[in-house]
Design a protein around this ligand. Structure first.
Ligand code: G6P
Ligand code: ZN
Length: 631
């Protein structure tokens, strides 16, 4: 047996290792340092990130000496710089309770983006040195974020071991590659992201770290084959188990859904299907589930080979980035004349997000969760005994609220961020939840789940069509959505994003809105001056959430204007944008007259959009006359 030793390495803190909502995300090699430098030279204050400032300063210095070689050297790596990842990993070990490190079993894997393979080896060596007993690695270091959650909760090792946590290597829907993003986050024993108490501790540790421990002589693990390698260190045995990345997840999906009925639908000549993994990790699950298990045709899969750089694309499943799928579904500008498939879906890099499409038809994520909740008990065996409750994030449309009212379900409105759902689920209060940002999921794990959402939709389609597959006309995705609107009314919905705006301007705009929400009569006066044909605001507030489980209070979660007719305007600052500030404006109008639910969404919303923009004085505060992205 190979024996390893532990080396103590001295180190110093890096600025800016504060994990965001979804862990630490940075450039692998920072081209942004260079851009920051260029901006800085032009006097526009481009050194927006603390960790870039030093490099930027150095570049100024090198330029002043006319040393191009030194300038180039300054375009240093972030994640690849010596000790950078090590510091974060050691800070995480130091933040966890001792028994979750010493003798524990820890999962390490991710979406396969550039630098993952190096990171897995580093983390294995550091785990060994820190007294971890076992490291579980998905083959080729691949595990989707939902699969990691499933592995923590469900997998039992050959010796009866269970994992107590995981390092997930992903920057989600951000591009990957040598000049793009890498990310790392820690998930806990319940399969969900580390709570703030832990991430705050990790961050505090990164600011004071002086040393880390690593088993430098532990040989690199061959992650391309499944096998268990055993080693021996100063604290006893240490195993690395490289296991099949799909088995546990597929088993879980089979325990939730009726694969037989989905298979009948998928193999029926009447039904056509297309799935785009955008070269993210979802591809390996799509192949196993849709092709091997459910019998779909191989030609149904687009971009299902995971690539370190996602094929140069932006692995975000929306109408802008999932271009090939959008064209194939007949929704693109240059869609071919071929008949589009009946159903299409896409996932992001780590496969927790999803987009669902029908033939020439887009299903908004807000409608998607409402429709899944409305049909779950009938169509999905896991929910046969009823739903414990449903939840949505605050900016997600109120489509789910109407379903909850009609079906008399417990309902929760939580701040943006999946962790808020996790608490409700751990307490047995919520079965299904979703977000406008293409996240849908259930209490089978503690992450959103892109493939689960697709299987949920296929289950609904299979259920609705169980007697239609031979002769009758197929009930389509569009039929299901329109039928839902006819029963529950429709929430016309759109989101305007103003990306990379000046942080000061964004703050001032939010302060202006905080002011406006304070007086309803004044607010209504301003609204009527903009458009007299919109309904009165009945309530306005800054959203605050008291967690019903742990009583914690989250303040300043966005500003809500709720109108008497059920329409809403919501404004919030993004928690994930990396450059400047991103303002998100969510515009929603409720229509429960079934003769009026078939309008074009942007047209139906145009009066409220006008109110939203003018009410916030968007142009005045940000200088922007148009949003960067409309979804
Ligand atoms: C991540 C989280 C989601 C959240 C989203 C919000 O993707 O996993 O739960 O909805 O960020 O992003 P934003 O940029 O709007 O803060
Ligand atoms: Zn993701």
């Amino acid at each position: 047996m190979v024996v390893f030793t532990v080396t103590r390495k001295e180190t110093t803190p890096f600025d800016g290792q504060k994990p965001g909502t979804s862990g630490l995300r940075k450039k692998v090699c920072s081209r942004s340092i260079f851009f920051s430098f260029l901006l800085c030279r032009s006097g526009s204050g481009g050194c927006y990130r603390t960790e870039l400032r030093l490099a930027c300063f150095y570049m100024h210095f090198a330029t002043s000496l006319d040393r191009g070689d030194l300038v180039l050297m300054a375009i240093v790596t972030v994640f690849k710089q010596p000790h950078y990842l090590h510091n974060f990993v050691q800070s995480t070990f130091n933040a966890l309770p001792a028994d979750k490190v010493k003798g524990a079993t820890i999962v390490v894997s991710g979406d396969g983006r550039y630098f993952s393979k190096d990171a897995v080896q580093i983390i294995a060596k550091m785990a060994a040195a820190n007294g971890v007993r076992r490291v579980w690695i998905g083959k080729d270091s691949l595990l989707s974020t939902p699969a990691v959650s499933a592995v923590i909760r469900e997998r039992v090792g050959a010796d009866g071991s269970k994992a107590t946590g995981a390092f997930i290597l992903t920057a989600s829907h951000n591009p990957g590659g040598p000049h793009e993003d890498f990310g790392i986050k820690y998930n806990m024993e319940n399969g969900g992201p580390a709570p703030e108490a832990i991430t705050d501790k990790i961050y505090a540790n990164t600011t004071t770290i002086k040393e880390y421990f690593i088993a430098e002589d532990l040989p690199d693990i061959d992650i391309s084959v499944t096998s268990v390698s055993s080693f021996s260190g100063p604290e006893g045995p240490f195993d690395v188990d490289v296991f099949d990345s799909t088995t546990d997840y597929v088993k879980l999906m089979k325990s939730i859904f009726d694969f037989q009925s989905i298979q009948k639908l998928l193999v029926s000549p009447k039904f056509t299907f297309c799935y785009d993994a955008l070269h993210g990790v979802a591809g390996i699950y799509a192949k196993r589930i849709f092709i091997d298990e459910l019998g779909a045709n191989e030609s149904s899969l687009l971009n299902c080979t995971p690539k370190e750089d996602f094929g140069g694309g932006h692995p975000d499943p929306n109408l802008t980035y999932a271009k090939e799928l959008v064209e194939r579904m007949g929704l693109g500008k240059s869609s071919s004349k071929d008949e589009p498939p009946e159903f299409g879906a896409a996932a992001d890099g780590d496969a927790d997000r999803n987009m669902v499409l029908g033939k020439r038809f887009f299903v908004t994520p807000s409608d998607s969760v409402a429709i899944i909740a409305a049909n779950a008990v009938d169509a999905i065996p896991y929910f046969t005994s009823g739903l414990k409750g449903v939840a949505r994030s605050m900016p997600t449309s109120a489509a789910l609220d109407v379903v909850a009212q009609n079906l008399k379900l417990r309902f929760f409105e939580v701040p943006t961020g999946w962790k808020f759902f996790g608490n409700l689920m751990d307490a047995g209060m919520c079965s299904i939840c979703g977000e406008e940002s293409f996240g849908t999921g259930s209490d089978h794990i503690r992450e959103k789940d892109g493939i689960w959402a697709v299987l949920a939709w296929l289950s609904i389609l299979a259920f609705k069509n169980k007697d239609n597959l031979d002769g009758k006309k197929l009930i389509t995705v569009e039929d299901i959505v329109r039928g839902h609107w006819a029963t529950y009314g429709r929430h016309y919905y759109t989101r305007y994003d103003y990306e990379n705006v000046d942080a000061g301007g964004a703050k001032a705009l939010m302060a202006h809105l905080v002011n406006l929400q304070a007086s309803l009569p004044n607010l209504n006066k301003v609204i009527k001056e903009i458009r007299s044909d919109v309904s009165d605001a009945a309530q306005a507030d800054e959203f605050e959430y008291k967690d019903p489980v742990d009583g914690s209070i989250s303040k300043h979660q966005g500003i809500r204007f709720l109108f008497a007719d059920g329409s809403r305007l919501v404004y919030r600052l993004s928690g994930t944008g990396s450059v400047g500030a991103t303002i998100r404006v969510y515009i929603e109008q409720y229509e429960n007259d079934s003769t009026k639910t078939g309008r074009d969404s942007q047209e139906a919303l145009s009066p409220l959009v006008e109110v939203a923009i003018k009410l916030s004085k968007m142009e005045e505060f940000t200088g922007r006359s148009a949003p960067t992205v409309i979804t």
